[in-house]
Each structure stands twice: as C-alpha cells, then as structure tokens.
Design a protein. Sequence first.
Length: 320
Amino acid sequence: MRTATAANTILAEWLKKFQNLRVDRASRTPAPHKPLLLLAILDFVESGEIATPRVRLMPELAFRFLGYWEIVAARGRSLGRVELPFFFLKSDGIFRLAAHDGLDAALASIRPTSIELLNRVVDYAELPDNLFTLMSDPECRRAMRQTLILGNWFSPDERAKLRVVLGMEGNFPIQDDEMALPTAHEEIRQGRDIRFRLQIVPLYGYSCLLCGVKVLLPSGIALVEAAHIHQFSKSQNDDVSNGMALCRNHHWAFDQGLWTLSSSYEVVVALDEFTEAAPNQLPLRAYHAHRVDLSRLAVYLRPSQKNLAWHRRQKFIGTC
C-alpha cells in the first residue's frame, strides 16, 4: 500500500509538471510542440521503440511527431520542427541532454536551428528514471495522455482529433468548450486518417511494399504514403489490414487499377491497358508476377483477402 501511495504521489507530481509545461504563448493559442512530442514519446515507450530512459532524435520519432502535428496544422504555422521541443524540454525538468564525446562545451552554447545540427552535438536526451517507469505503466500512460490532451495548448476540435488518433474516444470527460462543436464528423475523419498513416507507414518499415524504396528524412518526412485497398470513401475501413505503404507513384497506379495483388500476394499488372516509359527505373510491368514480401508482418496485419478481392473486382482494369 505504501509503495502504491508513493507511486501515485510521484505520478501526481509529473502530471502537474505536464499541466504547466513552459510553452510559447505569444500567439493566440499556446505552442503545442512540447505536448505533441511527449505524446509521441509515450507511443514509442508503449511500442518498445524507446526501451530505456534515453531518447534519441531519430527520424522515426520525428515522423510520429509530424503525424501529430497535422492535428494543429490548420493554425497556419510552418511545418512542425521536432528539434524545438526536443531541445527545450530540458527547461521543464523532463529531459537532460547528453553530448557526444568531447562536445560538452558545444552543448552549452548550441541552439536548435536544425535537427542535423542538434544531432551532431546531442547524443541523446535522458528522461528521469521515475518518469520513464511511470511511462512504462499503461494506466500512468493513459493519465499522462489525458493530461496532455486537456491542456490549453489545444483547441476543442484539436482535442477531438487527438482522442481519435489515440483511440481514447469516451475515455475521459468532454470539456465545456467541446460541447459547442457543431459536429464531430470532420474531426473524426481527420483523426482516423492520421491514425491510419501513423500505423501503416512504420508497419511497413517506411518502405514501399511494391518497389521497396525508402526515404525518411531526419525531419520525419517520408516518401511513402498509407494506401487504402478497399477505397475508404466506400468502405469506411481504416483497419491496418485494409492498408499498405506505397510510394507516391505506385499508390497512384494502385488507385487507378493499373496493378493489384492476387490471393497469394503476387503482383498482377494490367499489362495491355496502358502505355509506359521508364528509362531510368523499373517500369511497373516489371513487377508482374512478383510476390511482395510480407514476412515482416504478422498474418493478421497483412492485407486481408476480402479487401484485395474487392480491389481486383472493383478497381483493377486488367484481368486476373
């Protein structure tokens, strides 16, 4: 009982720190950078991608942060810069920055002008041990997410989207200012779209399932996109089994029905239905009869046979 009471006291202290994050309040709505990065870190602790108190500014974490940033993009701010909260969370006692060997003096004077510069000097940021322990507990994680979402750095519609992204609809009370929202339909749609992308793209290793191309910038910008198999406007299905990660070219070609997948996950190209010239890369027709590699995915996460059958029947312009 004493141990549980102590843990609850420590949790309450950290929740208070989360409520009182030092954020830029110069604009009409307080800057959301720090709470968004903390939400991304909580996700990575939950998934095991952050397994120790040491947090590195890796492209995958930046991608997660950018996904959350889409929730606040309507404010008109420029692209979310993850290096800013990563650097300034030290002012809240949440991070301790550790320099690469021999660069302690540089760490004392550095400013977060870019991710590349920050990573040249900063090896990792370290969370306090007791905070990381709490983040590793599901109930404590839920309380932290709730505290961050309810902060005044988010507008009512942004909070609604965050609930959807995190699957926390109905898990905590609706605030008074959210009651005035005329409809939650658009917020739900946008939240589901962001959640789908944040699930699909990392699941496929940030690579195109068809051609294997992978480009992931330090800022978190990825070349590949999350593609629905059964058209979302018709199916309303954003389960991971209705998605694949595809590069922009092959996503477009899939949506146009120029190629599909067989029940054995072999590529089927509508060979006689379009003209193509690709002098500097593999043409689409070169992938015909090639079996895509889904070995990294558990069976239940792979494209479902039901959704693939719909695509072959309704979208593919060739013959199987």
